[in-house]
Design a protein around this ligand. Structure first.
Ligand code: ZN
Ligand code: ZN
Length: 444
């Protein structure tokens, strides 16, 4: 971490701070860069790729980083791209953008809407705004590369695959991201949100919940539907498990411990007159705290085994934790500095009070340095067109958010110009908070 770039207190637009002056120098290049950022965004939006299949997207990112003078490595942990720009002594700042899309059918009606389908006919859409993240990552990389006299240090640009499956960040780390390219001093990331375009939301400490995906296989004994006495009915067993799982949050946790347990899939049987052999349940678990997650997972296993025993099941259930995403915890000091810098750059009115988001991210894996934790900061950027926001009913942001298209919906359509400009500016300003001032900088 550096100490040369502490943002100054807000002093009003007529007396810009040192950091603002530096940001102005770097972002003076943004107008020249934005047309290509916009072209890249429209191209990515029209050609989305599912998690683990981001070959085309990664190639575009790698090509553009190389053109700006970055030393680029491809295929890091799958289709991950790493671009390094060493620019004198100073901290290493990792800028992360995720690149994958979702199996969602696009319903925005935009001229550059996705019509992509997989070989199985599954629709694919950038319904989580990762195309915005990737385009803004490339734009930020470009303005920093074009203003090397304004900052010192190393910029490590990371195009991450497979965020939606919570696998890509870990895969990149397991493939030697930090051992091959160096452990960064800080990691920065941002995500689109259904807030008004031009607004930003920051939260010190935990900003997103940790998650776990659990699969329960419950074993019964099949029989004729007319002879239940010969069976151990896995449908009834599964139903008991589903109901009992509802007591974890209500009875096993304190009201002050935030958690979600959702049974998103329950599959068993094919015919009315056949009692099946098995039931399969898939659960998602969200918690604000890692220790609470452990307790919830233990409770799930206990309930599944207990209900199976009560049913006289021939075998104990199989309990698999398929993937786990850690809690996304911002370094309070770093987050405060980024938020203050955004307040200065965008104005205090652009900041939305931070709330805990129950969705999850694999971004926090980047905090797991080989020797010590790496401070991370992750914030949300509003992308909802102003008109749509103003027309949405409700008084509070939370009420309005329920009436505008959100992430993972087929109608998620960012205000293009505002989102791309805002996203490039927010990531650049945050990077400058962490990088040292350059020799020819006005920062002295
Ligand atoms: Zn998503
Ligand atoms: Zn996302």
């Amino acid at each position: 971490m550096n100490d040369a770039a502490h943002p100054q207190p807000v002093t009003g637009p007529s007396t810009p701070s040192v950091l603002q002056a530096r940001a102005r120098r770097v972002l003076a290049h943004l107008d020249a860069v934005l047309p290509d950022v916009d072209a890249l965004y429209r191209d990515l939006h029209e050609h989305p790729e599912l998690s683990g299949q981001e070959a085309r997207t990664a190639a575009q990112v790698a090509h553009r980083l190389e053109a700006e003078g970055y030393a680029v490595s491809r295929d890091v942990g799958g289709h991950g791209v790493v671009g390094l720009l060493r620019n004198g002594d100073g901290p290493t700042v990792l800028l992360r953008g995720d690149m994958d899309a979702l199996p969602v059918e696009e319903k925005t009606g935009l001229p550059y809407a996705s019509r992509v389908r997989t070989e199985d006919g599954e629709p694919v859409m950038h319904a989580c705004g990762h195309d915005v993240h990737t385009a803004c990552l490339v734009g930020t990389a470009a303005v920093l590369a074009r203003s090397r006299d304004a900052w010192r240090g190393t910029v490590m640009v990371v195009g991450q695959p497979a965020e939606e499956t919570l696998q890509g960040a870990k895969a990149m780390l397991d493939d030697g991201l930090y051992s091959r390219f160096g452990t960064p001093d800080v990691v920065l990331g941002q995500h689109t949100a259904p807030l008004p375009v031009g607004t930003f939301m920051h939260r010190e400490g935990v900003t997103m919940m940790g998650s776990a995906h659990v699969r329960l296989r419950l074993f019964g004994r099949g029989a004729h539907g007319a002879q239940p006495e010969l069976s151990v009915d896995p449908v009834v067993l599964g139903a008991s498990v589903v109901m009992r799982l509802q007591t974890i949050v209500s009875r096993a946790l304190s009201p002050l411990e935030a958690a979600v347990v959702t049974v998103g899939a329950f599959q068993s049987g094919t015919r009315a007159n056949v009692i099946p052999d098995e039931a399969l349940l898939e659960l998602t678990v969200r918690t604000e705290d890692a220790a609470v997650q452990e307790r919830v997972l233990a409770a799930i296993e206990r309930i599944a085994k207990g209900e199976a025993a009560a049913s006289g099941a021939p075998r104990a259930p199989q309990v698999e934790v398929l993937n786990r995403g850690p809690v996304n915890r911002n370094d309070p000091e770093l987050m405060r500095r980024v938020r203050d810098a955004h307040a200065e750059w965008f104005g205090r009115d652009a900041l939305v009070p931070g709330v805990l988001v129950t969705a999850s991210e694999d971004f926090p894996f980047f905090a797991q340095g080989p020797e010590h934790p790496v401070p991370t900061a992750y914030w949300f950027m509003g992308i909802t067109p102003r008109k749509a926001w103003e027309e949405a009913p409700g008084a509070t942001p939370q009420e309005k958010m329920a009436h505008v298209p959100g992430p993972h919906s087929g109608g998620y359509a960012p205000d293009r110009e505002g989102s791309l400009r805002g996203g490039c500016e927010s990531l650049t300003v945050a990077a400058l908070v962490c990088l040292h001032a350059g020799d020819a900088s006005v920062d002295h």
